[in-house]
Design a protein around this ligand. Structure first.
Ligand code: 8Y7
Length: 278
């Protein structure tokens, strides 16, 4: 399995790390550390040196209760950064957005991927993504960020997440998005209880039957904190890398993570155990 970013190919026979860069003042995981342009730039460069295969840049926090951000503000946060970084790092940049204007502008200045937690369900996002013609991550979410953790409910979480993703893949392909440009993500923590997240992680392999690369984001999420007796986000590294190992052993191809170096290291060990066949 591989992804094509223009002339650049990313081989997914070994698991890869997508480094997270939040240019936001209010993300739960890093709380505004990279709102400053130069700090953001340096952090992206560092993640690239540490072995990230992709850098995911976002300008809107999706944590429950976070402030909504206007198109203009989101553009201001991510576009200059992508424009500056794209020519200087030799790995693709992903834009973490649900807004069609941001997708188009980001790809125009060099972003090579779209990561949309709404799986292109926002008005005209599908058309924008189709025109962009880059790999895109379709993520499952039940509800919307503001309220999704109120009372998530499933009869069968794995079947329902899989069915949703299958349907989004079908809609995206019908709109003209290439099969080879689609990645899927169960959306850990997005309208899911701890038990839902654990079941999805335990049975992640079932999503691989769609024949598409599987992306997971578990890094510093609240389920990890809960399992560790309520540890805050800045103390969830060990829990996060443990979850990353389980995810790749269960078929994940790309792990979205804040702590790139430790994640790259644990995945190298996991991949060696799997003999290139995780
Ligand atoms: C995920 C994500 C977030 C995830 C994908 C956080 C933007 C919350 N989580 N994208 N984004 N998958 N594809 O913890 O799990 O960073 S935001």
């Amino acid at each position: 399995m591989q992804l094509q970013f223009g002339k650049r190919a990313l081989d997914l026979s070994l698991p890869k790390v997508m480094g997270v860069l939040n240019r936001t003042p209010d993300s739960f995981s890093d709380g505004g550390a990279f709102i400053d342009f130069d700090s953001a730039l340096r952090h992206a460069e560092q993640m690239a040196r540490e072995g990230a295969a992709i850098i995911d840049i976002g300008g809107e926090s999706t944590r429950p209760g976070a402030q909504a951000v206007s198109v203009e503000q989101e553009l201001e946060r991510v576009i200059p950064l992508i424009e500056r970084l794209a020519p200087e790092i030799d790995i693709p940049i992903s834009v973490d957005t649900s807004k069609p204007e941001v997708m188009r502008a980001a790809v125009a200045v060099g972003a090579g991927m779209i990561n949309d937690i709404y799986a292109l369900r926002q008005p005209v996002a599908l058309e924008a993504a189709c025109d962009c013609d880059v790999p895109m991550v379709l993520m499952h979410m039940q509800g919307e960020p503001r309220t999704m953790q109120k009372s998530p409910h499933y009869d069968n979480v794995v079947a329902e997440v899989k069915q949703f993703l299958e349907e989004r893949v079908r809609v995206c392909e019908a709109a003209g998005i290439l099969h080879t440009n689609i990645l899927i993500d169960p959306g850990f923590g997005f309208g899911k209880t701890l038990e839902h997240n654990l079941e999805l992680l335990r049975r992640l392999r079932e999503l691989t039957t769609l024949g598409l690369p599987v992306v997971v984001g578990l890094s510093r999420k609240s389920s990890i904190g809960t399992l560790l007796g309520g540890l805050p986000a800045d103390q969830r590294l060990h829990g996060s890398v443990a979850a990353a190992v389980v995810a790749v052993m269960n078929g994940a191809n790309i792990v979205r993570a804040h702590d790139v170096k430790p994640t790259v290291e644990v995945l190298k060990v996991a991949a060696a155990v799997c003999g290139g066949e995780c």
